[in-house]
Design a protein around this ligand. Structure first.
Ligand SMILES: Nc1nc2c(ncn2[C@@H]2O[C@H](COP(=O)(O)OP(=O)(O)OP(=O)(O)O)[C@@H](O)[C@H]2O)c(=O)[nH]1
Ligand SMILES: [Mg+2]
Length: 373
């Protein structure tokens, strides 16, 4: 797999059915391209392949794979990334075919995990990423033998000396590793629980910022609490949890106020396997227990409805039952007509329309929080 310092020159392939809508195709590819960019690679070529059923061995089909190899060799690409989530034995089989050409294969989840790994800063998020990686790649590893150490740096140490062909031992080792990580994560979880309980005792309400990746969640937290968290035009810039204190007036006559905890966390993305989300469940658990959710949406996104749906779906999946306020952000990027159309499309009174670039508008977010707590 990629050695340190090697530039990732990527060929993207998306395998779709005949009836997939064209705009959606373009968006899927664009999102995958942003993921590659976030990871620091460059896209050399991208291709769609229409196929009703994936090939059970090579996913894209053997003939197609040969064409891909030829293209990649001609253009000097070294990594094949497939949008779809492949079975471990398919990746194994393709890797075997690609080996003589010095080309690596990944699916989209591999790539997301690599980005997570790069962005994980806290001990807790590192453990969560490690768990997610084992869950996603685990079964693949059993067939991969020697690939393991080279593919994931953090395993190589543990795996050296194990005799990498001994899959039984490897299986056992991974199982033990999972148990160990789960145990460590449990400690963080308990700590969170204690914090949560103490906040509840103090009567301090919590508000969670959730939403699709890159919609401006961290920017909003920064703007409202002057936190200074990294916000950038990359997917999954935030992995851990960030908290800021926000002071809101509850009584304009007496000047009485209340302190609210505002939290920001990992963004969501379409078609994430549930087991991957589950790895971050301890972080997400806090959001389930919060008093209110701010669902931040990128108003300039052409696929706004699908993205809202993805977020709602994940929130439902983690049983987040509290009220969700829709915060349409980045309205500085659309014109008046587009804004009017959007407002017509999402007419609910509680919706908030802002741009974090315009600090004055943020009072609306405060107001919405006030009204809903
Ligand atoms: N034009 C404009 N850009 C914005 C606005 N809000 C955020 N951005 C930009 O959008 C990008 C993503 O912002 P973040 O705050 O990192 O987004 P996030 O939702 O926290 O992203 P992840 O943590 O990666 O999921 C950054 O480049 C921000 O500068 C806005 O209102 N208008
Ligand atoms: Mg963020």
């Amino acid at each position: 797999m990629e050695e340190k310092g090697k530039q990732l020159r990527v060929f993207l392939v998306d395998v779709v059915t005949k009836d997939t809508n064209t705009a959606l195709l373009v968006d899927r590819m664009r999102e995958l391209e942003s993921l590659v960019d976030t990871y620091g690679g460059i896209v050399i070529l991208q291709k769609y392949q229409k196929r009703q059923e994936p090939d059970h061995r090579t996913y894209v089909g053997k003939g197609k794979l040969e064409e891909i190899i030829a293209d990649m060799q001609r253009l000097g690409a070294n990594t094949l990334i497939i949008w779809n989530i492949l079975k471990s034995r398919q990746i194994f089989y393709i890797q075997e075919i690609l080996r003589p050409y010095n080309i690596d294969i990944r699916d989209r989840v591999d790539l997301i995990l690599k980005i997570f790994d790069k962005h994980a800063t806290s001990m807790e998020s590192r453990l969560q990423v490690e768990l997610a990686a084992i869950r996603h790649m685990g079964p693949r590893i059993f067939g991969m033998g020697i690939e393991l150490g080279r593919q994931w740096g953090w395993w190589s140490g543990a795996m050296r000396g194990l005799g990498e062909t001994n899959t039984e031992r490897m299986k056992r080792h991974l199982k033990e590793k999972v148990l160990k990580i789960e145990k460590e994560l449990k400690q963080y979880e308990n700590m969170r629980k204690l914090h949560r309980e103490s906040r509840i005792k103090k009567g301090m309400p919590t508000v969670w910022i959730v939403g699709y990746t890159n919609t401006g969640k961290s920017s909003l937290l920064n703007a409202m609490t002057k936190k200074g968290i990294l916000a950038e035009n990359k997917l999954f810039a935030t992995l851990g949890t960030h908290v800021g204190n926000l002071y809101i007036m509850t009584d304009s006559e007496t000047g009485q106020g209340k302190e609210v905890l505002l939290n920001d966390t990992i963004g969501f993305i379409r078609d994430l396997p549930p087991k991957l989300i589950k790895s971050f469940s301890s972080t997400l658990e806090d959001s389930i227990e919060s008093n209110l959710l701010l669902h931040v949406i990128d108003a300039s996104d052409p696929f706004i409805e699908e993205r809202i749906e993805v977020v709602n779906h994940i929130l439902d999946e983690i049983w987040a039952k509290q009220k969700r306020i829709l915060v349409f952000n980045k309205i500085d990027l659309i014109d008046k007509i587009q804004l009017a159309e959007l407002k017509k499309h999402f007419p609910e009174k509680g919706n908030v329309w802002i741009s974090v670039k315009n600090i004055e508008w943020l009072d609306q977010v405060k107001l919405a929080i006030m009204e809903n707590l």
